[in-house]
Every structure is written in C-alpha cells, then in structure tokens.
Design a protein around this ligand. Structure first.
Ligand code: ZN
Ligand code: ZN
Length: 179
C-alpha cells in the first residue's frame, strides 16, 4: 500500500497506520468529495503539490483569485521540491463567521554540503494558512477555499469582499490577507 502523501510525516508523532491515497486524498482530487474542513482541504492541497496536480491547487483557491495564479510557477515549484511529509500543527476550525486557519509544516529535503560530500537535510515550510467558506447562491452549497495571501487583489477596504459574502472586504477576508 502506498500511503497518501499527506499521511507521511518525518516526525515521531506520525500515524502508526497511514491511510492509502485511494482512501484519503484521491476522492477529493477526482472531485468525488469536497473538503469537509479547512484541515482536509489543506491536506488535499499538500498531496496535490506532491503529486503535481496544479489544477487542484487552482480550483481550491478562492474563485476571485484563480485567474491571478501563475499555474506554470505552481507546477515548477511542485516538481522541483523534494517533498518529505506534512504535519498539521494546529487547526482552528472556526474563526469569525466564515474563516478557518491551519498551521502546518510541509517538509522537504534539501541537499547540504558536508565534508564527505552531500547530505540530504530535512527542512520545513512552517506556515499559517487561512481558508474561507463560500456559499454559492444557486444551491447553497458551501465550500472551503484557500485564501492566497500572495495574490495581489485590486479591491479597496470598503468594497464588497472578494469571497462574495457581501460584507466589506476589510471586515471579511481583508483581515487575513494583505492588500
Ligand atoms: Zn491524504
Ligand atoms: Zn470575504
């Protein structure tokens, strides 16, 4: 059995029985399931980076930000990184009305020069990501999206929020991303 990339962790608190990809992130990548929580979305996005699925990274980013993403750069970064595992540090499932945060460490290997040559060293991207739950008008179907803080948005603080909540940007997603 191949464990799901999101079930791999280089730390001692890793799961003793890792879950297979087919029982973990694959149904989400195939669009058969939608992420129930921000943590689940975070895990499936990590697995999508490992398995080089830039389309999944795009479709799980806030719709208003999707066209501003550099898909080629996402793909290059996913391909060039030697991923080594994921650790969820903390999941804050409810933050205000519609946000959630996940603190995580995404591990990767990077070669380091030592006296006898090169040694693989494990390093981590330690990040705090914000997610927003968006309801579609048509079917009231709510879905979690990643709020990308690196995407420059042309929205003023008093304009309606980019997530479609009808609140002002500054009172909604603007609290979590730079503008
Ligand atoms: Zn998984
Ligand atoms: Zn918002």
């Amino acid at each position: 059995m191949t464990p799901c990339p999101c079930q791999v962790s280089p730390t001692p608190n890793s799961l003793s029985q890792a879950i297979a990809y087919s029982d973990c992130c694959q149904p989400y990548h195939k669009g058969l399931k939608k992420a129930e929580t921000a943590e689940r979305l975070m895990r499936t996005r990590y697995s999508a980076f490992v398995l080089i699925k830039p389309d999944y990274i795009v479709t799980t980013t806030l719709p208003a930000q999707q066209s501003l993403l550099d898909v080629a750069a996402i793909e290059d970064w996913a391909t060039e990184t030697d991923w080594a595992g994921l650790e969820i540090v903390e999941h804050t499932p409810k933050l205000g009305k519609r946000h959630a945060q996940v603190e995580f460490k995404a591990y990767f290997k990077s070669p380091e020069e030592i006296t006898s040559g090169l040694e693989e060293k494990i390093q981590a991207h330690h990040e705090l990501s914000t997610f927003v739950k968006v309801k579609s008008k048509a079917n009231q179907d709510a879905r979690w999206y990643f709020l990308d803080p690196t995407v420059a948005m042309t929205v003023s603080q008093k304009q309606p929020c980019i997530c479609g909540s009808r609140e002002k940007f500054k009172r909604c997603c603007g609290m979590y991303i730079e503008n």
